[in-house]
Design a protein around this ligand. Structure first.
Ligand SMILES: [Zn+2]
Length: 283
């Protein structure tokens, strides 16, 4: 997901020769950061995933006990952001978009006794899987395996199980490409639909596509003005960066790679690169 196409604010593309060249540069950047900018495992670890497929469930069953053994507590966004105890090791788990598989895996989280955040798009909510709007939504997300949207009753179950249902915008467009009234509609409708479904406030937000260049200062200001308490980014390599209050930096866990490869990424301090280029050095 390296370039934003001008005509469709909801789709990122990365194809052809330019894409191939970018991938080559990306591989070099990754390798450099994995070797030169390596630090100890961060005290605060915020991770994001998307759908929960078999591989993701296996990862969760592995890493939740792993981090517990390392002395980490599993917390929700508010506690993670408050960071009241500077000695405390914390993990914040989160999931973006909208997948029925989230609800189907509630027993997994109950088994481990952890609560997480589900940052949810509301466009597909309560629609059938074969609805063209739903088909287009999942196409824009890169056609994940699970293309079954949640219903309001599922969100209510998830909230009642103790998880946070956060906002992820209504339609999953690149917010930086939207006119102000459309952006405001994307934020307002999303929060309203989630609050209607759960009966609870939804003050947490993660923005689509997750890297800083997709949240310019004017857009961040509009998100803050809409009343969101915390904004979660999805920029790997930022767990060592001091985050201002109300900002959560999350790293992607790559389910196709093993534990040690993922831990190596969490150890990378990529903040200089991210500040300079508005994107993660880890891809
Ligand atoms: Zn997303």
């Amino acid at each position: 997901m390296n370039s934003v196409s001008g005509s469709d604010p909801g789709r990122l593309s990365d194809t052809g020769l330019v894409g191939a060249a970018k991938h080559a540069v990306q591989g070099t950047l990754r390798a450099l950061h994995l070797s030169l900018f390596r630090r100890p495992l961060p005290r605060r670890v915020a991770l994001y995933f998307h759908e929960i497929d078999v591989a993701t469930a296996a990862v969760l069953n592995e890493i939740i006990p792993f981090f517990k053994r390392q002395g980490y507590s599993f917390v929700k966004a508010r506690e993670y952001d408050d960071d009241a105890n500077p000695e405390r090791r914390m993990v914040f788990l989160s999931f973006d978009d909208n997948y029925l598989g989230w609800h189907e895996h509630l027993p997994l989280f109950a088994k481990h006794g952890v609560n997480v955040a589900f940052y949810c798009n509301s466009l597909p909510l309560d629609r059938a899987s074969d609805d063209p709007v739903v088909a287009d939504y999942y196409r824009r997300l890169g056609s994940p395996a699970d293309r079954r949207p949640l219903r309001s009753a599922h969100l209510r179950d998830m909230a009642e199980a103790g998880h946070d249902i956060g906002c992820h915008s209504h339609s999953h467009f690149n917010l930086a490409a939207l006119e102000a009234p459309v952006l405001e509609q994307e934020l307002r409708l999303n929060r309203q639909m989630i609050q209607n479904a759960t009966g609870m406030d939804a003050p947490d937000f993660s923005f689509p596509f997750g890297q800083p260049r997709h949240l310019p200062a004017t857009v961040e200001q509009r998100v803050r003005s809409a009343g969101f308490a915390r904004i979660a980014h999805a920029t790997s390599g930022m767990l060592h960066a001091p985050a201002p209050r109300g900002t959560i930096h999350r790293s992607m866990w790559r389910t196709e790679r093993n534990l040690n490869a993922n831990l190596a990424e969490l150890r990378v301090d990529g903040q200089w690169f991210v500040r300079r280029f508005g994107r993660s050095p880890l891809g």
